[in-house]
Design a protein around this ligand. Structure first.
Ligand SMILES: Cc1ncc(COP(=O)(O)O)c(C=O)c1O
Length: 365
Protein backbone atom coordinates (compact mmCIF):
# COMPACT_ATOMS: atom_id res chain seq x y z
CA UNK A 1 0.00 0.00 0.00
CA UNK A 2 1.15 3.54 -0.71
CA UNK A 3 0.25 5.04 2.69
CA UNK A 4 -1.94 8.09 3.16
CA UNK A 5 0.14 10.09 5.61
CA UNK A 6 2.88 8.50 7.68
CA UNK A 7 5.67 9.97 9.81
CA UNK A 8 9.00 10.93 8.27
CA UNK A 9 11.50 10.07 11.02
CA UNK A 10 14.79 10.59 9.22
CA UNK A 11 16.21 13.22 11.55
CA UNK A 12 17.70 13.01 15.04
CA UNK A 13 14.73 11.17 16.60
CA UNK A 14 16.74 8.09 17.67
CA UNK A 15 19.58 10.22 19.03
CA UNK A 16 17.18 12.31 21.14
CA UNK A 17 15.23 9.28 22.35
CA UNK A 18 18.48 7.62 23.38
CA UNK A 19 19.37 10.75 25.31
CA UNK A 20 16.03 10.53 27.19
CA UNK A 21 16.80 6.96 28.22
CA UNK A 22 20.43 7.62 29.11
CA UNK A 23 19.55 10.71 31.15
CA UNK A 24 16.51 8.99 32.71
CA UNK A 25 14.13 11.76 31.58
CA UNK A 26 11.26 9.85 30.03
CA UNK A 27 8.17 11.16 31.77
CA UNK A 28 6.14 14.36 31.94
CA UNK A 29 9.03 16.72 32.64
CA UNK A 30 12.41 17.11 31.03
CA UNK A 31 14.55 19.28 28.80
CA UNK A 32 12.83 18.34 25.51
CA UNK A 33 9.43 19.40 26.87
CA UNK A 34 10.82 22.83 27.68
CA UNK A 35 12.63 23.03 24.34
CA UNK A 36 9.48 22.09 22.46
CA UNK A 37 7.50 24.78 24.27
CA UNK A 38 10.12 27.41 23.45
CA UNK A 39 10.38 26.36 19.82
CA UNK A 40 6.60 26.33 19.34
CA UNK A 41 6.26 29.79 20.85
CA UNK A 42 9.05 31.10 18.59
CA UNK A 43 7.55 29.53 15.43
CA UNK A 44 4.20 31.16 16.22
CA UNK A 45 5.60 34.56 17.25
CA UNK A 46 4.16 34.00 20.73
CA UNK A 47 5.66 34.40 24.16
CA UNK A 48 4.55 31.09 25.66
CA UNK A 49 4.13 27.43 24.72
CA UNK A 50 2.50 24.64 26.74
CA UNK A 51 3.12 21.02 25.69
CA UNK A 52 0.26 18.55 26.12
CA UNK A 53 -0.46 14.85 25.65
CA UNK A 54 -2.43 15.51 22.47
CA UNK A 55 -4.28 18.19 20.54
CA UNK A 56 -7.65 17.38 22.09
CA UNK A 57 -6.24 17.95 25.58
CA UNK A 58 -4.70 21.21 24.30
CA UNK A 59 -8.14 22.36 23.17
CA UNK A 60 -9.78 21.34 26.43
CA UNK A 61 -7.08 23.14 28.46
CA UNK A 62 -7.40 26.29 26.34
CA UNK A 63 -11.14 26.35 26.88
CA UNK A 64 -11.02 25.89 30.63
CA UNK A 65 -8.00 28.20 30.84
CA UNK A 66 -10.11 30.89 29.20
CA UNK A 67 -12.83 30.27 31.78
CA UNK A 68 -15.29 28.29 29.66
CA UNK A 69 -17.64 26.44 32.00
CA UNK A 70 -21.00 24.63 32.05
CA UNK A 71 -23.79 26.77 30.61
CA UNK A 72 -21.49 28.55 28.14
CA UNK A 73 -21.69 28.11 24.40
CA UNK A 74 -18.66 27.88 22.10
CA UNK A 75 -18.61 28.24 18.32
CA UNK A 76 -17.00 25.43 16.36
CA UNK A 77 -17.15 24.95 12.60
CA UNK A 78 -19.73 22.40 11.48
CA UNK A 79 -17.03 20.89 9.26
CA UNK A 80 -14.17 19.80 11.51
CA UNK A 81 -12.78 16.77 13.29
CA UNK A 82 -15.02 15.64 16.17
CA UNK A 83 -12.20 16.48 18.64
CA UNK A 84 -12.92 20.20 18.24
CA UNK A 85 -16.50 19.83 19.48
CA UNK A 86 -15.66 17.02 21.91
CA UNK A 87 -13.30 19.35 23.78
CA UNK A 88 -16.13 21.87 24.17
CA UNK A 89 -18.31 19.10 25.63
CA UNK A 90 -15.47 18.04 27.97
CA UNK A 91 -15.52 21.62 29.32
CA UNK A 92 -19.26 21.18 30.00
CA UNK A 93 -20.18 23.79 27.40
CA UNK A 94 -22.45 23.57 24.34
CA UNK A 95 -20.95 23.61 20.86
CA UNK A 96 -22.69 25.99 18.47
CA UNK A 97 -22.10 24.66 14.97
CA UNK A 98 -21.31 27.37 12.43
CA UNK A 99 -21.00 26.51 8.77
CA UNK A 100 -17.90 26.89 6.64
CA UNK A 101 -17.82 28.85 3.41
CA UNK A 102 -17.67 27.41 -0.07
CA UNK A 103 -14.57 29.38 -1.02
CA UNK A 104 -12.10 27.90 1.43
CA UNK A 105 -13.92 25.31 3.63
CA UNK A 106 -13.20 27.26 6.84
CA UNK A 107 -15.47 29.15 9.28
CA UNK A 108 -17.92 31.33 7.38
CA UNK A 109 -17.92 34.92 8.74
CA UNK A 110 -21.56 35.53 7.77
CA UNK A 111 -22.81 32.45 9.61
CA UNK A 112 -20.57 33.37 12.54
CA UNK A 113 -22.17 36.80 12.66
CA UNK A 114 -25.65 35.20 12.68
CA UNK A 115 -24.64 32.80 15.47
CA UNK A 116 -23.33 35.54 17.73
CA UNK A 117 -26.50 37.56 17.21
CA UNK A 118 -28.76 34.50 17.57
CA UNK A 119 -27.28 33.12 20.78
CA UNK A 120 -27.72 36.41 22.66
CA UNK A 121 -24.51 36.59 24.70
CA UNK A 122 -24.24 32.87 25.48
CA UNK A 123 -21.21 32.40 23.21
CA UNK A 124 -18.03 32.73 25.29
CA UNK A 125 -15.41 31.57 22.77
CA UNK A 126 -14.94 30.87 19.07
CA UNK A 127 -12.79 28.01 17.82
CA UNK A 128 -11.55 28.75 14.30
CA UNK A 129 -10.18 25.64 12.60
CA UNK A 130 -7.43 25.92 9.97
CA UNK A 131 -8.87 23.02 7.98
CA UNK A 132 -6.50 20.63 6.22
CA UNK A 133 -3.65 23.03 6.91
CA UNK A 134 -5.36 26.00 5.23
CA UNK A 135 -5.84 29.06 7.46
CA UNK A 136 -9.30 30.38 8.28
CA UNK A 137 -10.06 34.00 7.37
CA UNK A 138 -8.70 35.37 10.64
CA UNK A 139 -9.21 39.10 9.96
CA UNK A 140 -12.95 38.67 9.44
CA UNK A 141 -13.30 36.27 12.37
CA UNK A 142 -11.31 38.46 14.77
CA UNK A 143 -13.26 41.53 13.72
CA UNK A 144 -16.62 39.89 14.48
CA UNK A 145 -15.26 38.37 17.71
CA UNK A 146 -13.99 41.77 18.87
CA UNK A 147 -17.42 43.36 18.37
CA UNK A 148 -18.86 40.77 20.76
CA UNK A 149 -15.85 40.69 23.11
CA UNK A 150 -15.37 36.94 22.58
CA UNK A 151 -11.90 35.29 22.52
CA UNK A 152 -10.83 33.22 19.53
CA UNK A 153 -8.95 29.93 19.85
CA UNK A 154 -7.15 28.76 16.72
CA UNK A 155 -7.47 25.02 16.18
CA UNK A 156 -4.32 24.63 14.12
CA UNK A 157 -4.11 20.89 14.82
CA UNK A 158 -2.87 20.13 11.31
CA UNK A 159 -1.74 23.59 10.29
CA UNK A 160 1.74 24.02 11.76
CA UNK A 161 3.77 26.09 9.31
CA UNK A 162 0.81 27.67 7.51
CA UNK A 163 0.67 31.44 7.26
CA UNK A 164 -2.20 33.93 7.03
CA UNK A 165 -1.33 37.22 5.30
CA UNK A 166 2.33 36.44 5.96
CA UNK A 167 2.04 35.72 9.70
CA UNK A 168 2.16 32.22 11.18
CA UNK A 169 -1.02 30.51 12.29
CA UNK A 170 -1.03 30.44 16.05
CA UNK A 171 -0.19 34.14 16.25
CA UNK A 172 -3.77 35.41 15.96
CA UNK A 173 -5.98 33.97 18.69
CA UNK A 174 -6.03 34.34 22.47
CA UNK A 175 -4.54 30.83 22.26
CA UNK A 176 -3.84 28.33 19.50
CA UNK A 177 -3.50 24.58 19.60
CA UNK A 178 -1.51 22.09 17.54
CA UNK A 179 -1.53 18.30 17.26
CA UNK A 180 1.56 16.11 16.89
CA UNK A 181 -0.42 12.97 16.17
CA UNK A 182 1.18 10.36 13.91
CA UNK A 183 -0.67 11.55 10.82
CA UNK A 184 0.53 15.16 11.18
CA UNK A 185 3.47 16.56 9.21
CA UNK A 186 5.37 17.11 12.47
CA UNK A 187 4.70 14.28 14.90
CA UNK A 188 5.59 13.37 18.47
CA UNK A 189 3.94 9.96 18.19
CA UNK A 190 1.17 11.59 20.16
CA UNK A 191 1.20 15.10 21.50
CA UNK A 192 -0.09 18.63 21.33
CA UNK A 193 0.84 22.18 22.16
CA UNK A 194 -0.78 25.47 23.01
CA UNK A 195 0.77 28.83 22.21
CA UNK A 196 -0.32 32.17 23.62
CA UNK A 197 0.95 35.65 24.39
CA UNK A 198 -0.85 35.67 27.70
CA UNK A 199 1.56 34.62 30.45
CA UNK A 200 -1.15 34.31 33.10
CA UNK A 201 -3.17 32.02 30.81
CA UNK A 202 -0.08 29.92 30.00
CA UNK A 203 0.72 29.48 33.71
CA UNK A 204 -2.89 28.53 34.46
CA UNK A 205 -3.00 25.96 31.66
CA UNK A 206 0.34 24.43 32.67
CA UNK A 207 -0.88 24.27 36.28
CA UNK A 208 -4.19 22.57 35.36
CA UNK A 209 -2.31 20.16 33.08
CA UNK A 210 -0.37 18.78 36.08
CA UNK A 211 -3.33 17.99 38.39
CA UNK A 212 -3.35 21.59 39.68
CA UNK A 213 -0.75 20.68 42.26
CA UNK A 214 0.48 23.69 44.22
CA UNK A 215 3.19 22.03 46.30
CA UNK A 216 5.30 18.90 46.55
CA UNK A 217 3.21 17.73 49.53
CA UNK A 218 0.16 16.99 47.43
CA UNK A 219 -1.90 20.15 47.78
CA UNK A 220 -4.20 20.96 44.85
CA UNK A 221 -6.17 24.16 44.37
CA UNK A 222 -8.66 23.08 41.71
CA UNK A 223 -9.65 20.08 39.61
CA UNK A 224 -6.72 19.33 37.35
CA UNK A 225 -5.84 16.92 34.56
CA UNK A 226 -2.89 14.74 33.66
CA UNK A 227 -2.33 16.48 30.32
CA UNK A 228 1.41 17.20 30.27
CA UNK A 229 3.49 15.81 27.42
CA UNK A 230 6.19 13.24 28.22
CA UNK A 231 9.85 13.99 27.49
CA UNK A 232 10.13 11.02 25.10
CA UNK A 233 7.32 12.43 22.94
CA UNK A 234 8.85 15.90 23.08
CA UNK A 235 12.21 14.42 22.01
CA UNK A 236 10.61 13.14 18.80
CA UNK A 237 8.80 16.44 18.26
CA UNK A 238 11.98 18.49 18.68
CA UNK A 239 13.81 16.31 16.15
CA UNK A 240 10.85 16.73 13.81
CA UNK A 241 10.75 20.51 14.22
CA UNK A 242 14.39 20.67 13.13
CA UNK A 243 13.21 19.35 9.74
CA UNK A 244 9.86 21.10 9.67
CA UNK A 245 10.66 23.50 6.80
CA UNK A 246 11.97 20.67 4.63
CA UNK A 247 8.93 18.48 5.33
CA UNK A 248 6.44 21.27 4.68
CA UNK A 249 8.24 22.16 1.43
CA UNK A 250 7.85 18.51 0.39
CA UNK A 251 4.14 18.60 1.26
CA UNK A 252 3.65 21.77 -0.79
CA UNK A 253 5.47 20.25 -3.76
CA UNK A 254 3.27 17.14 -3.56
CA UNK A 255 0.16 19.35 -3.45
CA UNK A 256 1.32 21.41 -6.43
CA UNK A 257 1.91 18.25 -8.47
CA UNK A 258 -1.56 16.87 -7.64
CA UNK A 259 -3.08 20.27 -8.43
CA UNK A 260 -1.62 20.29 -11.92
CA UNK A 261 -2.53 16.64 -12.48
CA UNK A 262 -6.24 17.25 -11.86
CA UNK A 263 -6.49 20.81 -13.24
CA UNK A 264 -9.37 21.19 -15.68
CA UNK A 265 -11.26 18.08 -14.55
CA UNK A 266 -14.90 18.51 -13.66
CA UNK A 267 -15.16 15.34 -11.57
CA UNK A 268 -12.33 16.21 -9.15
CA UNK A 269 -11.60 19.55 -7.57
CA UNK A 270 -8.46 20.32 -5.55
CA UNK A 271 -8.77 21.68 -2.04
CA UNK A 272 -9.05 25.46 -2.31
CA UNK A 273 -6.11 27.68 -1.48
CA UNK A 274 -6.67 31.40 -1.08
CA UNK A 275 -4.20 34.08 -2.13
CA UNK A 276 -4.19 35.54 1.41
CA UNK A 277 -2.93 32.30 2.89
CA UNK A 278 -0.13 29.86 2.47
CA UNK A 279 -1.38 26.43 3.39
CA UNK A 280 1.03 23.93 4.92
CA UNK A 281 -0.78 21.36 2.74
CA UNK A 282 -1.17 18.91 5.59
CA UNK A 283 -3.53 16.38 4.04
CA UNK A 284 -4.06 16.71 0.30
CA UNK A 285 -7.75 16.15 -0.41
CA UNK A 286 -10.03 16.45 -3.42
CA UNK A 287 -13.75 17.09 -3.75
CA UNK A 288 -15.70 14.62 -5.82
CA UNK A 289 -19.16 15.25 -7.32
CA UNK A 290 -21.07 12.95 -4.96
CA UNK A 291 -20.68 10.60 -2.01
CA UNK A 292 -21.04 7.68 -4.45
CA UNK A 293 -18.12 9.04 -6.48
CA UNK A 294 -16.08 9.44 -3.30
CA UNK A 295 -16.78 5.83 -2.27
CA UNK A 296 -15.94 4.65 -5.75
CA UNK A 297 -12.69 6.62 -5.89
CA UNK A 298 -11.57 5.29 -2.50
CA UNK A 299 -12.40 1.69 -3.54
CA UNK A 300 -10.66 2.08 -6.89
CA UNK A 301 -7.49 3.47 -5.34
CA UNK A 302 -7.46 0.92 -2.51
CA UNK A 303 -7.76 -1.92 -5.01
CA UNK A 304 -4.63 -0.57 -6.71
CA UNK A 305 -2.67 -0.57 -3.45
CA UNK A 306 -3.14 3.13 -2.81
CA UNK A 307 -4.43 4.21 0.57
CA UNK A 308 -7.13 6.85 0.20
CA UNK A 309 -9.80 7.79 2.68
CA UNK A 310 -12.94 9.86 2.92
CA UNK A 311 -12.51 12.93 5.10
CA UNK A 312 -14.67 14.74 7.71
CA UNK A 313 -18.45 14.70 7.73
CA UNK A 314 -20.34 17.67 9.13
CA UNK A 315 -20.83 17.45 12.89
CA UNK A 316 -24.51 18.36 12.60
CA UNK A 317 -25.17 14.99 10.94
CA UNK A 318 -23.46 13.04 13.74
CA UNK A 319 -25.34 11.53 16.68
CA UNK A 320 -23.72 13.50 19.55
CA UNK A 321 -24.18 16.84 17.79
CA UNK A 322 -27.41 16.42 15.83
CA UNK A 323 -29.31 18.60 18.32
CA UNK A 324 -26.65 21.30 18.72
CA UNK A 325 -27.61 24.84 17.71
CA UNK A 326 -26.53 25.16 14.07
CA UNK A 327 -26.05 28.16 11.79
CA UNK A 328 -25.86 26.59 8.35
CA UNK A 329 -25.50 27.66 4.76
CA UNK A 330 -25.43 24.16 3.26
CA UNK A 331 -21.68 23.97 2.63
CA UNK A 332 -20.62 21.59 5.44
CA UNK A 333 -23.47 19.24 4.55
CA UNK A 334 -22.43 19.27 0.89
CA UNK A 335 -18.73 18.66 1.67
CA UNK A 336 -19.45 15.76 4.05
CA UNK A 337 -18.75 12.41 2.44
CA UNK A 338 -17.48 13.93 -0.83
CA UNK A 339 -13.90 14.73 0.16
CA UNK A 340 -11.21 12.12 -0.46
CA UNK A 341 -7.68 12.40 0.98
CA UNK A 342 -4.79 11.12 -1.13
CA UNK A 343 -1.32 9.84 -0.20
CA UNK A 344 0.80 12.84 0.74
CA UNK A 345 3.39 11.82 3.34
CA UNK A 346 6.30 14.22 3.24
CA UNK A 347 8.51 11.26 2.24
CA UNK A 348 6.20 10.19 -0.62
CA UNK A 349 8.47 9.42 -3.57
CA UNK A 350 7.86 10.94 -7.02
CA UNK A 351 7.47 7.41 -8.37
CA UNK A 352 4.73 6.57 -5.85
CA UNK A 353 2.97 9.85 -6.52
CA UNK A 354 3.07 9.04 -10.25
CA UNK A 355 1.29 5.75 -9.47
CA UNK A 356 -1.46 7.69 -7.64
CA UNK A 357 -1.73 10.22 -10.48
CA UNK A 358 -1.97 7.44 -13.08
CA UNK A 359 -4.78 5.86 -11.06
CA UNK A 360 -6.59 9.22 -10.88
CA UNK A 361 -6.15 9.65 -14.65
CA UNK A 362 -7.72 6.23 -15.21
CA UNK A 363 -10.72 7.03 -12.96
CA UNK A 364 -13.78 8.96 -14.12
CA UNK A 365 -16.41 10.37 -11.80
C1 LIG B 1 -9.04 19.95 13.55
C2 LIG B 1 -8.52 19.05 14.63
N1 LIG B 1 -8.65 19.40 15.91
C3 LIG B 1 -8.18 18.64 16.91
C4 LIG B 1 -7.53 17.44 16.65
C5 LIG B 1 -7.11 16.60 17.81
O1 LIG B 1 -5.74 16.35 17.88
P1 LIG B 1 -5.22 14.99 18.60
O2 LIG B 1 -5.54 13.86 17.68
O3 LIG B 1 -3.75 15.22 18.77
O4 LIG B 1 -5.93 14.89 19.91
C6 LIG B 1 -7.35 17.03 15.33
C7 LIG B 1 -6.65 15.78 15.02
O5 LIG B 1 -6.45 15.43 13.89
C8 LIG B 1 -7.87 17.85 14.28
O6 LIG B 1 -7.76 17.50 12.99
Amino acid sequence: MIPLSIPDLRGREIEYLTRCVEDNWVSSAGPFVTELEERMAAICNCSHGVATVNGTAALHLSLIGLGISPGDAVVVPDWTFAATANAVMHAGATPVLVDVNAENWTLDPQCLHRALAGEEGRIKAIVAVHALGHPADMDSILEIAAVHGVPVIEDAAGALGATYRGAPVGSFGAAAIFSFNGNKTVTAGSGGAIVTDDGVLADRMRHISTQARVSQDYRHDTVGYNYRMANINAAIAVAQLERMDEMIAAKRAIAARYDSAIRGRNDLEPMPRMNWAESCCWLYSVRTKSTEDADNLVDTLNEKGIQARKFWRSLSEQAPYAKSPTYANGVAGALGGRIVSLPCSSNLSQADQSIVIDALDAWTG
